[in-house]
Design a protein around this ligand. Structure first.
Ligand SMILES: Cc1cc2nc3c(=O)[nH]c(=O)nc-3n(C[C@H](O)[C@H](O)[C@H](O)COP(=O)(O)OP(=O)(O)OC[C@H]3O[C@@H](n4cnc5c(N)ncnc54)[C@H](O)[C@@H]3O)c2cc1C
Length: 426
C-alpha cells in the first residue's frame, strides 16, 4: 500500500500499520497484529528473510545450513491475507506523516509506524578493522566466514609443508557471547574436523585466539560464570588474551595494545554493534548509546503513533537502565507494541513495556555452556547448561520445521562430530 492509498483509509477501512524491519521485534509485532481483521500490516525488510542471529556462528562453523538460521518472511506470514511483505530498504522516514521512503522509490504511510531496524556491526574506528576482518552479524557474514575458514583449511592441506604464516591462526575479537561461542566452536572444529578430514595438516599448527579488552570474557555474566567460561575456553584449546585491546588489523596480522602481534589471515569481528539508524525527519531523539529514546509504552516522545522496538530502542528497566540488546527483549517488545497499537485503535490507554527476564546463556563448545536462568540469574554450567542452551534456542525458533531440523543437526553433530555444512560458497 503506498502513501496515496493509505490517505484514503476511512472509518470502515482497516487501520494500516507499517513495520520497518522483519527481525525478532518487527516480525513478532506483525504476527501479533495479524489476527486482527481491522488491521492491515505492511512489513518492510531489506532482506526477504528473518535472520536468527543466535545460530549464525553455527552456520560459520558448518554445523547448520543457512536455511536453519534464516527464515523466509513471506512463508512465515503466508496465512495472513492482511499482511503484505515487501523486500525493500527504507532510506528515510517522516515521523510526523508516519511515512517511510524506500530505495526502490516507494513510499508507505501508516496510521501507526513501527521502527525495528535492529543493530549493525561497529568497528569503533580501529584501523584496518573494517577492511581486514570478517564480522559476524548477518547471514551473509556467516556464509562468508564459513567459506573463509574452509578455504584456509583447503589451502593448508594443499601445501602442508609450506603453510603461510598465520594461515591457520584464527583470531576472534570480542569476548561477549558471540565471540565466546565462535571461538569455542571453531576450536572444537579444529580438534574434531581437521584430524579426520584434512589429514595432511598437523592440527598443532591451527590455533584460535580470543581477544577481549575487558578484564574478563562475558562481561554481562556473573564473576563465577566468567571464570568457568575462561577455564572451559582454555580446555577447548582457545588462547585467551584478556585485558588486551586490538590496535590495528592488517591483511597479515593483528596488533595488540600490549605491543604483541598475532600473525593471522582470518580475523573475526565480534566486538560490538551500534543501532541501525535510518535518517528521520525531524531527527528522532537519541540516547548517548546511539539507541532511540522511547517512552515507557515504546512510542517516540512527541510522536505517539510511532513506535521503536528491539535493539534500536533504548527501552529501560524499572531502574532506568537500558535493557540488553537480546532476542527475548526484542520479541517481548514486539508483542507489547502490537498490544499498545490495538489498545490505541480501541480507544484504550497504552501500557508500559515491562521486560520479563528469563536469563542469559552462552555456549562455549561441546558439553560446555553457561546458563543464568530466571530473573535472579541462577547459574548452571557444563552439560546441564548445554542442554538448557539447546532448549531455549529451540523455543526461540518461530518456524516448526526449523526446530525439527535443528534437533536433527545438533544430535547428528553431537554424536558423530561431523560438521556437515562444509561447503565453500564462491
Ligand atoms: C551473532 C549474534 C548472536 C546473537 N546471539 C543472541 C543470543 O544467543 N540470544 C539473544 O537473546 N540475542 C542474541 N543476539 C542479539 C539478537 O539477535 C538481537 O537482540 C535481536 O536480533 C534484535 O532484534 P531486532 O528485531 O531489534 O533486530 P534484528 O533481528 O536484527 O532485525 C532487524 C531487521 O531490520 C532489517 N533492516 C535493517 N535496516 C533496514 C532498512 N533500512 N530497511 C529495511 N529493513 C531494514 C534487517 O534486515 C533485519 O531483518 C545475537 C546477535 C548477534 C549479532
Amino acid at each position: 500500500m503506498d502513501s496515496e492509498n493509505s490517505e484514503s483509509i476511512d472509518q470502515q477501512s482497516p487501520w494500516h500499520i507499517v513495520i520497518v524491519g522483519g527481525g525478532f521485534a518487527g516480525l513478532r509485532c506483525a504476527l501479533e497484529l495479524a489476527p486482527h481483521d481491522n488491521i492491515h500490516v505492511t512489513l518492510l525488510d531489506k532482506n526477504n528473510y528473518q535472520q536468527f542471529h543466535p545460530l549464525l556462528y553455527q552456520v560459520a562453523a558448518s554445523i547448520l545450513s543457512p536455511t536453519n538460521a534464516a527464515f523466509a518472511l513471506r512463508d512465515m506470514l503466508r496465512n495472513f491475507d492482511n499482511v503484505d511483505v515487501q523486500m525493500d530498504e527504507v532510506t528515510s522516514i517522516d515521523l510526523a506523516q508516519r511515512t517511510v521512503h524506500t530505495a526502490a522509490g516507494n513510499s508507505f504511510s501508516g496510521d501507526f509506524l513501527v521502527l525495528a531496524t535492529g543493530s549493525r556491526v561497529n568497528f569503533f574506528g580501529i584501523p584496518g578493522a573494517d577492511k581486514f576482518t570478517l564480522p559476524l552479524y548477518t547471514l551473509t557474514d556467516a556464509e562468508k566466514l564459513r567459506s573463509a575458514i574452509l578455504e584456509a583449511f583447503e589451502a593448508a592441506d594443499r601445501k602442508p609443508d609450506n603453510i603461510p604464516a598465520g594461515l591457520l591462526n584464527f583470531v576472534v575479537v570480542g569476548g561477549g557471547p558471540t565471540g565466546v561461542e565462535m571461538a569455542g566452536t571453531l576450536s572444537d572444529m579444529l580438534t574434531r574436523v581437521l584430524p579426520k578430514e584434512f589429514r595432511h595438516i598437523d592440527p598443532a599448527r591451527a590455533q584460535v585466539f580470543l581477544i577481549e579488552m575487558a578484564p574478563a570474557v562475558l562481561g554481562t555474566f556473573s564473576p563465577a560464570s566468567q571464570t568457568y567460561a575462561a577455564t572451559a575456553l582454555k580446555e577447548h584449546g582457545v588462547q585467551l588474551r584478556i585485558g588486551t585491546a586490538v590496535k590495528e588489523v592488517t591483511p597479515n596480522e593483528v596488533l595488540l595494545s600490549d605491543g604483541s602481534r598475532i600473525p593471522s589471515k582470518l580475523v573475526i569481528w565480534a566486538a560490538g554493534i551500534k543501532a541501525a539508524i535510518v535518517p528521520t525527519q525531524p531527527a528522532a531523539p537519541r540516547e548517548p548509546n546511539g539507541r532511540l529514546k522511547v517512552q515507557p509504552d515504546l512510542s517516540v516522545p512527541g510522536f505517539d503513533d510511532v513506535y521503536v522496538i528491539g535493539d534500536l530502542a533504548n527501552a529501560t528497566d524499572s531502574d532506568a537502565k537500558p535493557l540488553p540488546q537480546l532476542a527475548a527483549v526484542a520479541q517481548q517488545a514486539g508483542r507489547q507494541c502490537a498490544r499498545n497499537i490495538v489498545a490505541s485503535i480501541s480507544g484504550e490507554r497504552t501500557t508500559p513495556f515491562v521486560y520479563s527476564d528469563r536469563g542469559i546463556l552462552a555456549m562455549i563448545g561441546r558439553n560446555a555452556a553457561i546458563a543464568e536462568l530466571g530473573k535472579q540469574h541462577h547459574e548452571l554450567v557444563g552439560p546441564i547448561a548445554f542442554a538448557a542452551w539447546l532448549g531455549v534456542h529451540l523455543a526461540l525458533l518461530t518456524v516448526v520445521r526449523a526446530k525439527f531440523e535443528a534437533i536433527v543437526e545438533w544430535s547428528w553433530q553431537y554424536f558423530t562430530g561431523e560438521h556437515p555444512g562444509q561447503l565453500i560458497d564462491r
